[in-house]
Design a protein around this ligand. Structure first.
Ligand SMILES: [Zn+2]
Length: 251
C-alpha cells in the first residue's frame, strides 16, 4: 500500500488504478466530472455483470482506509479480477478525499442521495447499474467514533446473513471488533448492525440500502475505526473483502 501521506491524493490513487487496469484488462472509464475532478468506474470488459461483484469506496472523503484498501486489495487479486465480473467505484467523492471531508463540495452527504437526483455522481451510478443483479455488493467506510471494526447488513428479507460474523472474524486479525452495544445510535451485536427498514435515515437513502433493494443479493458495509493505525485498518478491510468474496465464490 502507499504511505499514509498519500492516502488523500486522488490523482495518485487514480494513477495506480490506471496501471492496475492495464495489467488486468479491466476497463477504467470516466463516467462524470465533479468540481473538475473526473470520477471513474473500473469494470470487467465485455461482461455480463449479473452474479458479479460491486465494490465502492470513498463516498465519505475522511475515510481513507476504504479507498486505499480497495486499491491494495485489487492489486493483490489480479487473477481473481480476470475471472469474476466486477464493477468497482474507487472513489465517489474526490473533492472530499482531497479535503479530508465527509461531505462533497456542496456540503452533501453522498451516502444520503440514493433516492434523489441531486448529485451527478450518484445519479449516474444508479443509471449505469440499472438492470444488473450483483451477487455481492460491498461499501468500504470508516468511523472516527468506533473502537473497532463493525459492519452493517442493510434491511432484507429472511434471516440474518451468516457471512457477517465470518467477515468480521477475518478482519479481527488486524483490528478488534467494536464492542459497543449501541453504534451510531443503533443496536449492535458483536459488531453487526442490522437496521430495520423503518429506521433508515430520514435525510435520504444510503447506498447500501439502495443496493440491497434493487441491485444485489447481499450487501455489506464495512467500517474500520479511523483513529487507529492506517496500515492495520487497510489490512482489516482487505481481509474482510477477501472473506466475503471467498465465501461467495466457493458456494
Ligand atoms: Zn462513511
Amino acid at each position: 500500500m502507499g504511505s499514509g501521506g498519500n492516502c488523500h491524493d486522488y490523482k495518485f490513487l487514480i494513477k495506480r488504478w490506471r496501471i492496475l487496469s492495464k495489467q488486468t484488462g479491466l476497463k477504467l472509464r470516466k463516467f462524470t466530472e465533479v468540481d473538475h475532478f473526473p470520477c471513474y468506474e473500473v469494470a470487467s470488459e465485455h461482461q455480463d455483470y449479473n452474479r458479479g461483484i460491486y465494490i465502492s469506496a470513498g463516498i465519505h472523503g475522511d475515510e481513507p482506509a476504504g479507498t486505499e484498501a480497495l486499491l491494495s486489495w485489487a492489486e493483490s487479486r489480479k487473477d481473481l479480477l480476470k475471472e469474476i465480473p466486477v464493477v468497482i467505484y474507487p472513489c465517489f467523492n474526490p473533492w472530499g478525499l482531497m479535503e479530508n471531508s465527509r461531505f462533497d463540495s456542496q456540503s452533501r452527504d453522498l451516502n444520503r442521495q440514493w433516492d434523489k437526483e441531486d448529485s451527478s455522481v450518484i445519479t449516474e451510478v444508479i443509471k449505469r447499474t440499472a438492470g444488473i443483479r450483483f451477487s455481492l455488493a460491498v461499501n468500504l467506510h470508516e468511523d472516527y467514533d468506533a473502537n473497532g471494526i463493525y459492519l452493517y447488513e442493510p434491511p432484507r428479507r429472511g434471516s440474518p446473513d451468516k457471512l457477517s460474523s465470518e467477515i468480521l472474524a477475518a478482519g479481527q486479525k488486524y483490528v478488534a471488533i467494536d464492542s459497543r452495544k449501541k453504534i451510531e445510535g443503533r443496536w449492535a451485536r458483536n459488531g453487526i448492525i442490522r437496521p430495520a427498514k423503518s429506521s433508515l435515515p430520514v435525510e435520504g437513502l444510503p447506498e447500501a440500502a439502495f443496493l440491497q433493494n434493487s441491485r444485489a443479493d447481499r450487501t455489506f458495509v464495512f467500517e474500520t475505526p479511523s483513529e487507529k493505525d492506517l496500515s492495520l485498518r487497510v489490512k482489516a478491510q482487505i481481509a474482510m473483502l477477501d472473506q466475503a468474496i471467498q465465501l461467495l465464490v466457493s458456494k
